[in-house]
Design a protein around this ligand. Structure first.
Ligand code: D5M
Ligand code: FE
Ligand code: ZN
Length: 522
């Protein structure tokens, strides 16, 4: 292959032509030779392409390049003076790739609490809630080969001593015994039984560490009863099963290479909100920032998902007021809406609330209301949804959840931490529940339908809240934490939480590959 001129490294003719072709730019005959006379060939090519992109130029002629060499326009961003234009350049408004494709959004309303009547929180509603949770989780577990013929706990109790049993039960108690076994109490609508996970089975014991109360699991083991007793009271477990994700999960993919940007926890109104970095993100989406490759990605972004904590709110944590630049909640949302207004018109925006937003704290949370987010409701690109929310974007199923359930999992399962929040996310996915523990830190509303249950394994599982960007692939599900645009607060410093601000995951909906875009200023 022919090499380009001195100082151009490995930039071959073919590569140069490819760069122009990729951008729908034609190099006129004779232009290549002229181009190679320019200094810093790579930089010049990038600059010429960028200039052409901005001015709508479609053909690069030798004369054009001569003029650049004459007055160095490539370096100075401007267009050169063409003394004798020989080619008529047809100006056209260049469209972003994402602009040429209509959005395809299906919001799964059944999975959204918004506009539904809420639970009254009485004894009856608790019973209905737990029943709904048990029945739907049991169905997921029963679809696993191992548990197809699981019996009721009542039948397992009546099974003979030492007979093999399989049950599906909700964990009402889980503790470690003095001898290092794990002892569970599990129930189903027919009864309750103890489950012992012996310390002689280290692998099983390790898996059992992840068991928390109120989750629904499958147990396979041997029934045990005292001599003379009429019923078995314990199962000696040989295996335990989480509902998990099927290992043959085939992800849905878009047939066009559109992309999804995911953010959360902007905390507008906080003194720690990184406005400069956030503006750089907006600039990038507008195609005004980044390398050629990064701009090409920006042009494919069709959807923006915002996973809650839009604003910092007021009175959320002790001494918050000293860390607020905007102390009025309405004004915080106004400011947030101003940023959204700067986004390109072709991007559809899905917004759910978090624990700093102006909605009820009990989960599931309805969408932030028009009273607070009026400006956002006036914007036809914006879709205000509840937390959690399920949506299909160009055929790709996305489950989005702000993430307080992570706090419970991190504080209750040994070995979990905010530093490796993706492990906690994975634990939620395998439990197929966003808030498995009832009545811990996260206030839950006992709705008749359990909205926090993960009925179907999504293709993308998005969580915010922990303020650390991370991406993990598990059985063809892409798990994403969307980080934050807020610097460490005093409260977080005290809690030893170290955020990773201004790093935005961008998912290619055709390949499900994720790129982390970094907008840090220093
Ligand atoms: O949460 C910001 C970060 O602080 C996130 O990593 C969770 C963590 N966090 C929030 N509240 C608590 C409590 N009460 N204990 C421990 N860790 C917590 P944000 O929702 O943005 O304030
Ligand atoms: Fe947050
Ligand atoms: Zn939060």
């Amino acid at each position: 292959m022919q090499q380009a001129g001195a100082g151009a490294g490995e930039f071959s003719d073919a590569e140069i032509l490819k760069e122009f072709l990729k951008r729908n730019l034609n190099l006129h005959p004779g232009a290549l030779a002229e181009l190679k006379k320019l200094e810093n060939l790579r930089g010049a090519v990038e600059q010429i392409i960028s200039n052409a992109h901005h001015s709508g130029r479609e053909v690069i002629t030798a004369d054009y390049l001569k003029a650049i060499r004459r007055d160095g326009a490539a370096k100075n961003l401007g267009e050169p003076h063409l003394s004798e234009p020989k080619v008529v350049v047809v100006k056209r408004t260049k469209k972003f790739f994402a602009e040429e494709h209509e959005a395809e959004i299906k919001l799964k309303e059944l999975s959204d609490i918004t506009n539904k009547s809420y639970s009254e929180g009485n004894v009856e509603s608790f019973a209905k809630y737990f029943n709904n949770r048990y029945e739907r989780m049991a169905k997921i577990l029963r679809s696993r080969n191992h548990l197809r013929e699981a019996s009721s706990i009542e039948r397992a109790r009546r099974a003979g001593n030492r007979s093999e049993v399989k049950i599906i039960g909700m964990v009402s108690d889980a503790r470690k015994t003095q001898k290092g076994h794990v002892l569970l109490e599990v129930e189903d609508p027919t009864g309750a039984i103890k489950v012992l996970i012996s310390n002689t089975k280290p692998e099983l014991l390790e898996a059992a560490k992840e068991i928390v109360t109120d989750e629904v699991i499958g147990v396979e083991g041997v029934a045990g009863r005292d001599s003379g007793s009429e019923e078995s009271e314990i199962i000696f477990a040989n295996d335990i099963f989480f509902p998990d994700v099927s290992n043959s999960h085939e992800p849905n993919k878009s047939d066009v290479p559109l992309a999804l940007a995911i953010i959360s926890d902007t905390h507008v109104g906080s003194t720690k909100f990184l406005e400069g970095e956030f503006l750089r993100f907006i600039k990038w989406l507008n195609g005004e920032l980044g390398t050629q490759k990064q701009r090409e990605l920006a042009e494919r972004v069709k959807y923006l998902l915002v996973g809650g904590d839009l604003v910092d709110g007021v009175g959320i944590y002790p001494e918050q007021e000293s860390e607020l630049v905007i102390k009025d909640i309405h004004q915080q949302y106004e400011r947030f809406a101003e940023f959204i207004a700067m986004l390109p018109q072709h991007i559809e925006i899905i917004i759910l609330p978090g624990n700093h937003d102006a909605v009820r704290q009990a989960e599931p949370q309805p969408a932030i209301s028009e009273e607070f987010a009026g400006k956002l409701y006036q914007d036809s690109r914006v879709h205000m949804v509840g937390n959690p929310c399920s949506a299909s974007l160009h055929g790709v199923n996305v489950l989005s959840y702000h993430g307080r359930g992570m706090d419970d999992v991190i504080s209750n399962i040994p070995g979990m931490s905010y530093t490796h929040a993706e492990k906690a996310m994975l634990s939620l996915l395998r439990k197929r529940h966003l808030t498995p523990i009832y009545g811990d830190k996260v206030p839950l509303s006992p709705e008749v339908h359990d909205y926090m249950l993960i009925e179907e394994a999504p293709d993308i599982f998005h969580v915010g809240h922990v303020h650390r960007t991370s991406v993990l692939n598990y059985r063809n599900v892409t798990l994403i934490n969307s980080g934050t645009f807020q610097q460490q607060t005093t409260f977080q410093r005290k809690m030893n939480i170290v955020p990773t601000p201004a790093i935005v995951p961008i998912v290619d909906l055709q390949t499900l590959k994720t790129t982390k875009m970094i907008f840090k200023l220093q």
